[in-house]
Design a binder for this molecule. Structure first.
Ligand code: C2E
Ligand code: CA
Ligand code: CA
Length: 817
């Protein structure tokens, strides 16, 4: 029996010198260590196999056996090296057997057993417990265990961080210190219910069966929402021993969950398209509105760069740079973008882009929000177009001109550039518009606009300012000479282009233009100044005989200033009695008798002496002062005429009075004439109103009706400066006029100039054919007089006979007083 025991049983003697010697053993310890006992070998003493650190303990244990009491058992475990190299744990249990007289042990019996397996298991359990404890203590979550009465058996120290309590204290205080009793009971009830329900539960592998958010109270009183996850613990006899669980603060987590839920609702339901990228700027998420607006499904864009939306054909680099810059500076960009929809069309959106950064300030994601504003944009564009473009010619209008010229000025100032401004006014547009009708006039303006555009480079600015006024502005580097020469080139090209006939309703129409030019910076520092001066130069070009161009000069400005001063003086002239009417007699060619007089206005300026009508009439025309002044002249002339009639004993047939366009066009004109005639007791038939061709042609329908009315009244009419204007013979035939006054310019070079002689003859002949009288103006020489007499021109007027003279002088001429 003893030999077949797996354990080693031994009996050891202890002598008086405390030397231990084995007196019996069933087998050698070395057998437990895997060494076979072979007779011819001397197996070393098993002590040799004890691990060095364990040897002293083993020896001490053996020494202690000498003093062991009867009936006691002494255990010691030691580690020994196995033949195959691993460690074997052997447990010795000794019991004293024989005592000497002193009661000290002289013989004991013992048993040595290999407990390696148990030892390893225990070690493992200890190790794992240590590990779990470490884990439990170091987790931020609270780990706890209760018994079946829900009294804490263990709480990890992390509870202190979350709920303020020391875990030791809570073991005493119990769970109600942190949880509401009712809530906890409720939880337990549910738990037990589920236990009954889970009869079949695999107790060896406890699944978390409780999971609940509970409101806990912090030691300092405030509430904290904690999530509890707990499992039931069963012992090896399938008995419930308690609950093990973890518990964590979820106040913030639940808040974030709430917010995320809200955010995702907002994200999905937003009417604005939202696109989110990762840090590589690839799209990671888009919402429903995005799909609706762009027609891209989210699967089609996820993982792609948002550039696919912005690929509108134009270079996006500037755009990205600009957006990037803003994102760096303020983390946000917003503005208008063009984007491409799936089907390829380009639309406009209002977009906001924000960068989401992590703690290291690295961009984690871009969020782009966009709403389509194409429709609104189209309306806006239309409004903008209407506000900044001329609908007839499609050219930029005056507002845009002002704005863009302003921008050009800014640029020119920064970069030292020159700007040329051309002010273009069509000559004789109005008569064409009136005679051919407005649709034809509109068409003409459109054709002009086209030719103007074709006369300049594409980035030069061409605008329609108003009516028949256009402007061109161009910018140039270089010097004054080069900008001047460019201006001339453009100006000439424009004049040239307008010379070509315009085909309007199967008729060729010819026009020309007058162009004024101002140059920045020398002719003005502001848009207004430059335009004003170009306009001024244009007027000079017009006065120079039209169809040419003129640069602004400082003297023009001086003249403009002078003109302004005259204008001011003129406003007071009548009241200050500086105005006087002179009279120039008109003679019968045959008899050289005075048959009439022409009233000619004179202004005695307080400092500048007598000022010519050619200087001040245009001013009072422009300002409208001509209307009251003209009435005053007519009244003066009529009053004087009635006075002379009696003095000159009936020789005087006619008083000729000049009428300006402004007067003729005024609604009050006919009434004013009638009124004056009756106030002065003048016979209508003795009054002749002189009108120029341009006045008559200005508005043909109006002219015809007024002329007819005047004829009804008996008032005579004359066409002044005949031959210089743009007359249509066709109309001339219809106009009921009484006299043609051959312009002085044709008389001047008579009789030597053949052309003028021919023209004069023609006018006289034509007048006779139409049954109207002819007056030759500006007759200065006898030769001129003789020519006119030979050609049967009825009447003559000029310095050869008389200069215009004051009323008193004329009275002397009549020999009356
Ligand atoms: P107009 O109606 O052609 O007047 C004739 C102009 O020729 C007058 O100039 C007169 O002085 C000038 N004249 C007459 N005979 C000769 C001559 O032999 N040689 C030269 N070189 N000139 C001669 P004036 O008085 O300076 O008037 C200029 C223009 O001013 C007039 O041209 C007329 O259009 C306008 N005007 C003058 N008075 C009035 C007025 O009361 N009302 C209006 N609306 N216009 C007026
Ligand atoms: Ca006249
Ligand atoms: Ca005249």
């Amino acid at each position: 029996v003893m030999n077949s025991l797996p354990d080693t049983v031994y009996v050891v003697d202890i002598d008086d010198d405390h030397i231990h010697s084995t007196c019996y053993k069933n087998n050698d310890i070395t057998m437990l260590l895997g060494y076979e006992k072979k007779s011819h070998e001397i197996v070393p003493n098993w002590f040799e196999y004890v691990t060095p650190e364990g040897l002293a303990d083993l020896q001490a244990f053996m020494q202690r056996m000498r003093y062991a009491k009867a009936g006691t058992t002494h255990e010691h475990t030691t580690r020994l090296k196995h033949a195959q190299g691993h460690i074997v744990t052997i447990k010795f249990r000794n019991t004293p057997l024989v005592f000497d007289d002193n009661g000290e042990v002289t013989q004991y019996i013992g048993i040595g057993r290999d407990i390696s397996e148990d030892a390893n298991n225990q070690n493992r359990i200890a190790e794992s417990e240590r590990r779990y404890r470490l884990l439990a203590e170091n987790m931020s979550d609270i780990v706890w265990e209760t018994d079946t009465n829900v009294d804490f058996k263990f709480i990890s120290s992390s509870i202190k961080r979350v709920l303020g309590h020391d875990s030791e204290d809570l073991l005493d205080l119990g769970p109600y210190a942190i949880f509401q009793e009712s809530e906890l009971r409720e939880l337990m009830k549910e738990t037990y219910k589920s236990i009954r329900f889970h009869k079949l539960v695999d107790y060896a592998e406890p699944a978390p069966i409780i999971r609940k958010d509970l409101m806990a109270t912090h030691k300092n009183g405030h509430k904290i929402l904690v999530e509890i996850k707990a499992s039931l613990i069963w012992d090896e006899y399938k008995q419930l021993t308690g609950v093990l669980g973890v518990c964590r603060d979820v106040t913030e987590a639940r808040n974030i969950e709430q917010q995320l839920l809200l955010a995702s609702k907002v994200f999905e339901n937003s009417s604005e398209a939202i696109l989110i990228t990762d840090n590589q700027l690839n799209i990671v998420k888009v919402n429903r509105a995005f799909t609706k607006i762009t027609n891209y499904q989210s699967s089609e864009v996820i993982g792609k760069n948002p550039e696919l939306l912005l690929n509108t054909g134009e270079s996006n680099r500037d755009f990205f740079e600009q957006v990037g810059e803003h994102l760096v500076i303020d983390g946000y960009w917003q503005g208008e973008i063009q984007y491409r929809r799936k089907q390829g069309d380009i639309r406009t959106a209002w977009a906001g882009v924000s960068a989401i950064r992590d703690e290291q300030q690295e961009v984690q994601s871009l969020i782009m929000i966009m709403s389509d504003i194409s429709d609104r944009k189209a309306t806006e564009d239309r409004i903008h177009y209407l506000a900044f473009y001329d609908p007839l010619t499609q050219l930029p209008n005056r507002s845009q001109m002002l704005e863009r010229l302003e921008a050009m000025l800014t640029k020119a100032r920064q970069q030292n550039l020159w700007i040329g401004v051309l002010f273009i006014d069509l000559d004789r547009f109005k008569p064409i518009n009136d005679s051919m009708g407005h649709p034809a006039g509109d068409r003409l303006l459109q054709l002009v606009a086209e030719r103007l555009k074709n006369s300049v480079k594409s980035d030069d600015l061409v605008c329609r300012m108003s009516g028949d006024e256009f402007t061109i502005a161009f910018m140039e580097s270089g010097d004054e000479a080069s900008v001047t020469s460019t201006a001339i080139t453009i100006g000439d090209r424009v004049l040239e282009a307008l010379h070509r006939p315009f085909g309007l309703s199967s008729r060729d129409v010819f026009i020309s233009a007058s162009i004024g030019i101002s140059i920045f910076p020398k002719d003005g520092q502001t848009v207004i100044e430059l335009l004003k001066n170009a306009d001024l130069a244009m007027y000079h070009a017009k006065n120079m005989g039209r169809d040419n161009l003129k640069f602004f000069t400082a003297s023009m400005n001086r003249k403009a200033v002078q003109r302004l001063e005259l204008e001011n003086d003129l406003r007071q002239a009548l009241a200050r009695q500086e105005m006087e009417v002179y009279y120039q007699p008109q003679y019968c060619t045959k008899t050289r008798a005075i048959v009439g007089v022409e009233a000619l206005l004179r202004w005695h300026h307080p400092t500048q002496g007598v000022i010519e009508p050619s200087v001040f009439i245009p001013i009072i025309e422009d300002t409208g002062m001509i209307v009251p002044l003209g009435e005053w002249v007519l009244k003066q002339a009529c009053t004087h005429f009635v006075h002379w009639k009696t003095a000159s004993k009936g020789n005087l047939l006619r008083m000729a009075v000049n009428v300006s366009g402004r007067q003729f066009g005024s609604d009050d004109f006919l009434a004013m004439v009638t009124r004056t005639l009756s106030e002065t007791n003048m016979k209508a038939t003795e009054l002749e109103l002189e009108l120029t061709e341009s006045i008559l042609m200005d508005d043909v329908t109006h002219t015809l009706s007024i002329l007819k009315e005047l004829r009804k009244l008996g008032v005579k009419t004359a066409i002044d400066d005949f031959g210089t204007g743009y007359s249509s013979l066709n109309y001339l035939k219809q106009f009921p006029v009484d006299t043609l006054k051959i312009d002085r310019s044709f008389i001047q070079n008579l009789p030597h100039n053949d052309d003028d002689a021919q023209i004069s003859r023609t006018i006289i002949a034509m007048g006779h054919n139409l049954g109207v009288g002819i007056v030759a103006e500006g007759v200065e020489t006898e030769a001129q007089y003789n020519f006119l007499k030979a050609e049967h021109c009825e009447e003559v007027q000029g310095f050869y006979f008389s200069h215009p003279m004051p009323e008193s002088e004329l009275m002397t001429l009549f020999g009356a007083h």
